[in-house]
Design a protein around this ligand. Structure first.
Ligand code: UD1
Length: 419
């Protein structure tokens, strides 16, 4: 089993280039199922989750070619041979469930195993299913599978989503793109990845407006065609390297960023006293004068992202004073707390809040990456901990971060992988 070893490092100095966004490319890959023509996706990150989605698409009959050197992925789904996504692939990654909307729209039938993924809460799929039902699909559940059937075409509808779920919004947008008539999604998720998906679908001939706001209108079309699209940069990877600069009191130039997607992280780091200068698609993060503690609450976009909570907690763990981190998106996203505690952090969990009493130093220890963002937080903690930190279960980290140890090594981090 691979491990990542991190030793106490000097302040990180240099440049890091951010890869394409995992959470943008996965729904876009699912959306390629909506056409029998070829789609080309550019700036695709070389990540485990992308390979899982490749397998899911192939299982359904797509021809997928991933040119890793060019970061280009082409998908050709002349016909969908099989409308079933099996347990083995679904349990590897929750986002595999995003094929359900496209399958229902294109084939009128889908049988998909209940999804898996990170162990950060119950993560139901009820909002996706209610959306499909509103569009006219008949949904049944049994033997660990969800089955959907449509008589004729899906029908446009008004859909109010109880909670602005990212995945449910994406699945409903994809299904509604080929439905008959108008669909209006209210209380939709507003994440940048939703806008990227809508841009991709519009290039395929869809008619979607309002993506990035809480009301999205989709006028269904009869057919979609192939297209080429470059995915947006990964805002969580960008944010993680912003924290890497801060926690080590370093100075990093982060390239390939869309700073308006990073507003919550920029605001929090500025509140902590870190200097941030944005220049086009680059951002300098200068923490050479140190930082102070901040409190934070995770919220749907444009609030502070739950996917950055663990990384900021690592930073707060070694900041003087008491800091409160409230998690409102997932009910079980504090698994990194026990691992940070093994490294000497002083953190108490009270319901959905973590109370962090900053300590003077952390100590290297053997720890486990409990989910992909938690794994990143342990790397960050390892950079400033005395001695050696050994991170196990690094497959979680490989799901979401391209070459994290190589990117950090290049800016002076003492980090390496042992296979
Ligand atoms: C996506 C991101 C993930 C991020 C999360 C929240 C991808 C591939 N993953 O996950 O990195 O952490 O958004 O920003 O884009 N919920 C329900 N019923 C549903 C769907 C969701 O109750 O049918 C709940 C979930 O349990 C969770 C909350 O809604 O508590 C948010 O989940 P959601 O926004 O759907 O997250 P994902 O799309 O799974």
């Amino acid at each position: 089993m691979a491990k990542i070893i991190v030793e106490k490092s000097k302040p990180l100095i240099g440049e890091i280039i951010v890869s394409g966004a995992k959470n943008a490319v996965l729904p876009i890959m699912a959306a390629t199922l909506l056409t029998e023509q070829t789609c080309t996706i550019e700036d695709v990150p070389d990540l485990k989750d992308v390979y899982v989605m490749n397998e899911v698409l192939r299982e359904l009959g797509s021809e997928v070619v991933f040119n890793v050197a060019d970061k280009t992925l082409t998908v050709d789904t002349v016909d969908i041979e099989k409308c079933e996504a099996p347990y083995e692939l679904m349990t590897k990654m929750r986002a595999s469930f995003l094929v359900m909307g496209p399958l229902l729209a294109r084939k009128g039938i889908a049988r998909v195993a209940f999804p898996g993924g990170c162990t950060i809460g119950a993560r139901p799929i009820d909002l996706h299913l209610k959306g499909f039902e509103r569009l006219g699909a008949k949904i049944s559940i049994g033997h660990g599978y969800v089955e959907g059937k449509v008589e004729g075409r899906l029908k446009g509808a008004n859909i109010y989503i109880d909670f602005p779920s990212v995945g449910a919004t994406e699945n409903i947008i994809m299904a509604a793109s080929l439905a008959e008539g108008l669909t209006v999604i209210e209380n939709a998720a507003q994440e940048p990845e939703i806008i990227d998906l809508a841009n991709f679908l519009n290039k395929m001939g869809a008619n979607i407006s309002g993506a990035g706001t809480s009301t999205i209108r989709i006028k269904g079309v009869e057919k979609l065609h192939g297209t080429t699209h470059q995915v947006i940069p990964d805002r969580i990877e960008s944010g993680t390297y912003m924290v890497a600069a801060a926690i080590t009191k370093g100075n990093l130039l982060i390239k390939n960023v869309l700073s308006n997607h990073l507003r919550p992280m920029i605001a929090k780091l500025e509140e902590a006293g870190v200097k941030i200068i944005v220049d086009g698609d680059t951002m300098r993060v200068d923490a050479t004068e140190g930082f102070q503690g901040v409190d934070l609450t995770t919220l749907p976009y444009p609030g502070f992202p739950t996917d950055m909570q663990a990384q900021f907690m690592a930073m707060m763990a070694i900041t003087q004073g008491i800091h409160v981190v409230s998690e409102t998106i997932f009910e079980n996203r504090f698994m990194h707390v026990s691992e940070l505690t093994r490294m000497g952090a002083n953190i108490k969990i009270e319901g959905s809040r973590a109370i962090i009493q900053g300590v003077d130093k952390l100590e290297g220890a053997i720890v486990k990456a409990t989910d992909l963002r938690a794994g990143a937080a342990l790397i960050l903690a390892g950079l400033i901990a005395d001695g050696k930190t050994e991170i196990l279960d690094v497959y979680h980290i490989d799901r979401g971060f391209v070459n994290i140890e190589r990117k950090l090594q290049a800016v002076g981090a003492n980090i390496y992988r042992v296979e």
